[in-house]
Ligand binder design. Structure first.
Ligand code: SF4
Ligand code: SF4
Length: 479
């Protein structure tokens, strides 16, 4: 028998409420060097994201004439003159490892600048914040307006803001689908309501996620959903560049002109502009995305008060400790951690570039002997082995390859399908290949005069084109 048990959160942990309710952040806008830098980076990234699928790139045959595309039908990834086949999925693993180590490298040098300047969550949240700020006004106005939403003055602003948010989200969702389909055709199809259900599903799904993440969840994604904020500490050390508050200079804070009071006038501008709502004066916190907006805010106050800037600045923790002791600052960019990351990044990056640009095999050949059964005995007593032959022809000009089978003298060799094979002599044939396609053949080797000492013998499949000479070693199995 089960019994209903009522659990009251208030009763848990001695009357404490264990889940904190979200407090909405009303971020203030700010002007300054880092704000401008953030904007410029965001404009470049957004332009690249929205424009890239529309850049044309001519390719032969019926391959997509789109510079960047993940073609799920052909199961190929196109990036200008680079074409990645499904058989080359290891390039993606390589790329992911490279990107991760590169991120570690940048973080060890400059802290979480990826989060502060280039992460899509930051870029879109910032864009949504700008729209909000433009339509609804300053953060003080927004706080007031949120108490009187359903009034003639506020409601139209709210509707306009959400409409613009939706349009940006929709454009984002649609753009993602352009990377998987012909961009121009899909754009027309979406606008004329003729796109497939799959395209509408993904467009609307990504519209909804962008709208929620950038419009409402914002800093919650960084603080609670993104794993990177949790393990960033492991990549940084006391020589990484982070946003720091100079408490030797700033404390004790206060508005009085007393000479014992520090430079911080406790105006809270640095807190008001912070997109994650923290007070950097409390020290380093895992929520900080190193965006530098508090630096701009504080510098602005310091300039107005005719005091030296950089009460809050990008600096290393080592320098802060040295400054507290009255010692000279020192920057240590070259240190074991950065050397290791830089070495791995250089090696991986060079291998990746070399592999993608210079070492791509135009013809991938593989021979797999059938394993069930390993051989069959024919009615005339001959032993037959069957081999699956796969020729991945990535080129646009190779249309045949010469195949010679060595090591099976006196054997009868048949290759199917026949219409794709032109026999040259008893052991050589020319295989016709479809350009830029995977070509499959079956090879039958029937032999009675096999070596009886062991139950297999070596066979070589030799492939020749004008520039390629490749040998695939396999076995002929018999009783
Ligand atoms: S504390 Fe400063 S650097 Fe960190 S997130 Fe807030 S505004 Fe950005
Ligand atoms: S903006 Fe500068 S002066 Fe104002 S509270 Fe922050 S640290 Fe102090």
């Amino acid at each position: 028998m089960t019994k209903d048990v009522k659990v009251e959160i208030e009763d848990y942990e001695g009357g404490e409420i264990v889940f904190e309710k979200r407090t909405k952040i009303y971020q203030a806008s700010v002007k300054g060097f880092f704000r401008k830098l953030k904007d410029k980076i965001a404009y470049v990234l957004l332009t690249v994201f929205f424009i890239l699928p529309f850049i044309p790139y001519e390719r032969p045959g019926n391959l997509p004439d789109q510079a960047v595309m993940i073609d799920l039908t052909l199961r190929k990834y196109f990036f200008f003159n680079i074409e990645v086949w499904p058989q080359e999925a290891y390039y993606f693993i390589f790329l992911l490892v490279f990107a991760a180590i590169f991120l570690f490298f940048i973080t060890s040098l400059f802290g979480r600048v990826w989060c502060g300047y280039a992460c899509p969550q930051t870029v879109f949240s910032d864009l949504f914040f700008k729209i909000e700020n433009f339509i609804e006004g300053s953060y003080l106005k927004r706080i007031k307006q949120d108490k009187t939403i359903f009034t003639k003055k506020v409601l139209p602003k709210k509707i306009l803001k959400h409409t613009l948010w939706f349009l940006v989200s929709f454009a984002t969702g649609a753009t993602v689908t352009f990377y998987f389909n012909s961009a121009t055709e899909t754009l027309v199809d979406i606008l004329t309501l003729q796109a497939s259900l799959t395209i509408y599903f993904w467009t609307l799904f990504l519209t909804a996620t962008t709208y929620c993440f950038a419009g409402f969840a914002r800093e919650y994604i960084c603080i609670y959903a993104c794993p990177y904020s949790r393990f960033q500490g492991a990549m940084m050390d006391e020589d990484s560049l982070v946003v720091t508050y100079d408490d030797n200079r700033g404390e004790p804070r206060g508005k009085s002109h007393d000479e014992n009071i520090g430079d911080c006038v406790d105006c809270h501008r640095c807190v008001a502009v912070c997109p994650v709502g923290i007070d950097i004066r409390e020290g380093q916190q895992y929520q900080c995305i190193n965006c530098g907006l508090c630096v701009d805010a504080c510098n602005d106050i310091m300039l107005k008060l005719s005091r030296p800037i950089d009460l809050i600045k990008y600096d290393t923790l080592r320098n802060m400790t040295l400054a507290a002791k009255g010692k000279q600052a020192m920057s240590k960019i070259i240190r074991p951690r950065t050397i290791i990351y830089a070495t791995i990044v250089t090696v991986l990056g060079s291998l990746l570039l070399f592999g993608l640009l210079f070492k791509k095999q135009v013809l991938e050949l593989s021979v797999s002997p059938s394993r069930s059964p390993m051989y069959v005995q024919l009615s005339n007593g001959d032993i037959r082995n069957i081999y699956e032959l796969k020729v991945v022809n990535k080129s646009y000009d190779i249309d045949s390859v010469k195949l010679t089978i060595k090591g099976m003298e006196d054997a009868k060799i048949t290759i199917s399908p026949d219409y794709k094979v032109q026999p040259l002599d008893e052991y050589s044939s020319r295989l016709k290949l479809k350009r830029n396609k995977v070509n499959r053949f079956k090879v039958f080797i029937d032999s009675s005069s096999y070596a009886k000492k062991s139950n297999y013998q070596n066979v070589n499949f030799i492939f020749n084109t004008k520039d390629i000479n490749e040998v695939e070693k396999t076995k002929f199995t018999h009783p």
